[in-house]
Write a protein that binds this ligand. Structure first.
Ligand SMILES: C[S@@+](CC[C@H](N)C(=O)[O-])C[C@H]1O[C@@H](n2cnc3c(N)ncnc32)[C@H](O)[C@@H]1O
Length: 231
């Protein structure tokens, strides 16, 4: 396809978006939680996503070292999984978690097909990261954080999954940008995310704004004495 025509594809999809979402909503209700509708999961791994998601730059900004343990919470059908697996290397580990059966099946298929021996797929609970305690150097939320319902207590639980010096990374769609991604009402501003993580006991340690549609926020556990919300 000519580059000119490729550029018009996202515009066409934007025009079709109201029709598509009238047929099948972008978000569905599952066990009382509003989550991504898996009928759209083909868009998560669609080649055109790379142009604005820039996965290599995201992985570089996460500053993962070989041998580290990383959780990809709400990994979907695995858009970031193989790049994370490559970043941690054979001595490291990736926990790819999901709450939806169809996504879990896709993740298992991806791991089998790619021979990703350092990736473990985990069926998570909606209100719990379902990870071992003190297991992770990095817990990564790519376009997922907004789908978590009671986020402050949830993130407090995430804090318990971090090893010393562990970090949390949150990639989310900006509210002020239109185009591919969740509807405006299903987006959270970076400021809101920083405020919520502060209440869960984290401090913001870096903010990356190199992506055209999204922010990437990095957090560490707060200083001793800044007690996170108890639950
Ligand atoms: C928009 S998709 C993003 C998938 C993937 N991270 C990506 O960027 O391509 C959000 C995913 O998060 C999952 N999800 C929602 N709430 C979750 C939770 N509490 N724990 C784990 N996964 C969750 C949904 O099932 C959905 O597959």
């Amino acid at each position: 396809m000519k580059a000119r025509n490729l550029r018009s594809v996202p515009q066409l999809l934007l025009l079709l978006a109201p029709l598509l979402t009238a047929c099948a909503p972008f978000m569905i209700e599952s066990e009382g939680h509003r989550i991504f509708n898996p009928v759209y999961r083909g868009f998560l791994t669609w080649g055109l996503r790379d142009s604005w998601q820039r996965p290599e730059e995201v992985i570089a900004a996460l500053a993962i070292r070989p041998g580290q343990v990383v959780a990809d919470v709400g990994a979907g059908n695995g858009y970031f999984v193989d790049e994370l697996a490559a970043a941690v290397g054979a001595e490291g580990r990736v926990y790819a978690t999901e709450v939806q059966q169809i996504m879990l099946e896709d993740l298992h298929a991806l791991v089998a097909k790619g021979g990703l021996a350092n990736v473990e797929v985990i069926e998570a609970e909606f209100d719990d990261p379902s990870l071992p305690s003190a297991c992770c150097d990095l817990v990564f939320f790519a376009n997922v954080y907004k789908e978590i319902q009671d986020r402050v207590p949830y993130m407090h639980r995430v804090g318990r999954t971090l090893r010393g010096g562990g970090r949390v990374a949150i990639l989310g769609f900006r509210k002020d940008v239109r185009g591919p991604g969740p509807p405006p009402g299903a987006r959270l501003s970076a400021e809101k995310v920083i405020e919520e993580l502060g209440r869960a006991g984290f401090r913001s340690s870096a903010r990356h704004d190199f992506l055209p549609r999204q922010y990437l926020l990095i957090f560490e556990l707060g200083e001793a004495g800044s007690e996170p919300l108890a639950n």
